[in-house]
Design a protein around this ligand. Structure first.
Ligand code: CA
Length: 241
């Protein structure tokens, strides 16, 4: 691990449309990010193997090696934050992106300014999570080592994306408290644009699958219909249902 400050954060941008690639690169560089911009999925994977990146911005529709394949390979090797770029109206694509482990997505056409805001929020959040503080939460079969950025289910460490980890720590810090989807969007994704509640649902779905929580009979992650979610501590006598 080496420390980087905001001025030297390194971003891998994968976008085959030159106009978008150039515009986004210009915006990011103006914010002092170090940008490696490529237009091809295979080149992206080669770059990712060679260098350390703090964030990946990935277009889903790429020729040859698709964004989906790139995302899959990166996720197999790394929990680097990923923002997916998807075409307008392709709802399925957005869901696919999140299921593949992307942390966030933007629908084209988007403003480079909004992308920069999302990138900054995501980087800030990941950085805040890695600040040293000793905190281990124990919920029976589920242990969350907040400082070590580790989650163990029945003694086995599981891999969570940055968003899933943030979602889990946010909910589990206050067992029994109900969080609306909008609140979770703000706390987990770090911004307050409307219309991204669906993103939270996808993250919850992925998180449940990873920690082995059955949505019909949850141990930890409970759905509060029409509102959002709450975390319950099954080891606590005060747990109400
Ligand atoms: Ca494209």
């Amino acid at each position: 691990m080496f420390m980087t400050n905001e001025a030297t954060r390194r971003i891998l941008l994968v976008e085959d449309e030159k106009a978008i690639r150039d515009a986004v690169t210009a915006y990011l560089e103006r914010e002092n990010y170090w940008v490696t911009a490529v237009g091809d999925g295979q080149v992206a994977l080669d770059e990712f193997e060679k260098h350390h990146f703090d964030l990946v911005i990935l277009d889903l529709m790429l020729p040859h090696v698709t964004g989906e394949q790139v995302c899959r390979v990166i996720r197999d090797n790394s929990d680097v934050p990923i923002i997916m770029l998807t075409a307008k109206g392709e709802v399925e694509d957005r869901i696919i992106g999140l299921e593949l482990g992307a942390d966030d997505y933007l629908i084209k056409p988007f403003s480079p300014r909004e992308l920069v805001a999302r990138a900054r929020a995501l980087l800030r959040r990941v950085h805040a999570d890695s600040e040293p503080q000793r905190e281990v939460l124990d919920f029976g079969g589920l242990i969350i080592d907040v400082s070590g950025h580790k989650v163990l289910v029945n003694g086995e460490e599981i891999d969570l994306t940055a968003s899933e980890f943030k979602l889990l720590t946010t909910l589990s810090r206050y067992p029994g408290r109900v969080y609306s989807r909008m609140e979770l969007v703000e706390k987990v994704l770090g911004y307050d644009f409307e219309g991204y509640e669906r993103t939270i649902d996808s993250h919850v779905k992925n998180l449940r699958a990873k920690i082995g929580d059955n949505p019909r009979h949850p141990r930890w992650l409970h759905t509060v219909h029409g509102v959002g979610y709450r975390f319950e501590d099954p080891t606590s006598a005060n747990t109400s249902n």
